[in-house]
Ligand binder design. Sequence first.
Ligand SMILES: [Zn+2]
Ligand SMILES: [Zn+2]
Length: 167
Amino acid sequence: MISIKDFRMSSQRNKEIDTTLPILKRDLGYIDFQFSEFPHIVGKIYKDSSEVYADFNVSVFIKENCSRCLKDMIVHHSVSISGVLSNDEIMQEDEDVILTQEDMLDLEHILDMALIDYAPSKLLCKSDCKGLCKNCGADLNTTTCSCNIMDENIDPRMQILKDLLKK
Ligand SMILES: [Zn+2]
Ligand SMILES: [Zn+2]
């Protein structure tokens, strides 16, 4: 928590921020994040004669699974969050506003803002990940299974037809 009130009254015009948040998971309700290391927030708050602004970069390492082979993987997500600080919820509609409560800035709120736009399109441990065999579940990156030989997705009805033709 950073007191914006104190910063407003101080003679400082800038306040540098470089901190890690000691949390390894964050549940946003619709999505549950797990981090491989503490989220890192770097930036500053600064002011002019009327307003206080913030300019942060948030860096998180999110634990994920490859969408093909399910192997654990880490996705680095780095986002810039900046805007004018305000206690006024009505102003929140404006996306350049960072909401504070009673002139306190909660850095966990900054983390949440950075996580909201996290939407990886396709998570692959490597671009040519071969995935798992649909039949036996073997990891086709590290092994070849015997299903591979007949893996032509033959419809059983087609197989019967094929067998008939052979006669
Ligand atoms: Zn994979
Ligand atoms: Zn298989």
